[in-house]
Design a protein around this ligand. Structure first.
Ligand code: MN
Ligand code: MN
Ligand code: MN
Length: 294
């Protein structure tokens, strides 16, 4: 179920079942963030900016929250697909799974949101405890002041460390205090659990930004295989402004594992050249667009 209609893409007939026309005419961005998680634009600003950028089909996929959708009214001509980006854990890697076309008000989503809130709070407490050992008192309260009511994430701790003068910038804060080196902090659920939540909420599970995990080809292939075997339905073949040969590789990876294809900018804030709102390349021919399943 899409929110809002306008000259709704949902109501448009497909191009003789091939999807070619739809794919070439439609501007799509199925991975974006707002102030409900770690983005800079409010949800209403984001849908306005997306519409201005020509996006016709948009999903807001904040980290582990769907607060952006409360009372949000998309502009005429923009269809909004309910979405979320879940943090999960697979092997030794933090993996992100985007859930698209989920039913926000469902038992599965309520369960998922509560579990992720607990996991995120636990993780924040662990980060604060670690910082405490390193001589920083009150990190939890400090980070909360930079979160503006959003769930606490590492960027908020980084902002606080910069604000108190402990670090030059967020990058240094991550390197020195918020990385993996200081011991395990992640408490995210396994891939299969998250995929199960998304499917139970009627959505499609998408393996997010596959090239961003620093995996070798072979490991990425194994991840995609495990994702598909666990019920995952699609792969983000286009993530932001990536190189065309990477797009081709990811299209082949999706095809190899029988996964549909998604596309999104992973927009967080204006001015990030690699993630501009709505600047999402068309999927290569042969991909099965995930939105054609809806
Ligand atoms: Mn983020
Ligand atoms: Mn992500
Ligand atoms: Mn993201």
């Amino acid at each position: 179920m899409w929110i809002g209609a306008g000259t709704s893409v949902a109501a448009n007939p497909r191009d003789a079942g091939t999807g070619t026309l739809t794919r070439s005419l439609m501007s799509i961005d199925l991975h974006t963030h707002t102030t409900a998680s770690d983005g800079r634009l409010t949800p209403q600003e984001l849908v306005g900016a997306a519409h201005a950028a020509g996006v016709q089909l948009l999903s807001i996929t904040d980290h582990d929250v769907v607060d952006a959708y409360a009372g949000l009214i998309p502009p005429h001509g923009l269809s909004l697909v309910p979405g979320i980006e879940f943090s999960t854990w697979h092997g030794r890697h933090g993996i992100h799974v985007v859930g698209l076309n989920v039913t926000l008000d469902s038992d599965a989503m309520h369960t998922a949101l509560a579990a992720q809130r607990d996991a995120r709070n636990e993780r924040a407490a662990r980060i604060a405890a670690r910082l405490h050992k390193q001589g920083f008192a009150d990190a939890l309260a400090g980070a909360a002041r930079h979160a503006g009511g959003a769930l606490l994430g590492r960027p908020h701790f980084a902002a606080w460390l910069v604000a108190i003068g402990a670090c030059r910038d967020a990058e240094q804060a991550f390197r020195k205090y918020l990385g993996r080196g200081g011991g395990p902090i992640d408490t995210w659920p396994a891939l299969a659990i998250v995929i199960g939540w998304i499917r139970a909420a009627g959505g499609d599970a998408v393996l997010a930004h596959p090239a961003k995990y620093g995996l070798t080809r072979q490991r990425l292939d194994r991840l995609a295989g495990a994702f598909a075997a666990a019920g995952g339905q699609a792969l983000e073949v286009v993530s932001g402004m990536q190189a065309p040969d990477l797009t081709r590789d990811l299209a082949a990876l999706a095809a190899r594992h029988g996964l549909a294809a998604s596309a999104g900018s992973d927009f967080h804030q204006p001015g990030q050249p690699w993630a501009q709102l709505g600047r999402v390349a068309a999927l290569p021919a042969g991909c099965a667009p995930v939105w054609e399943r809806w």
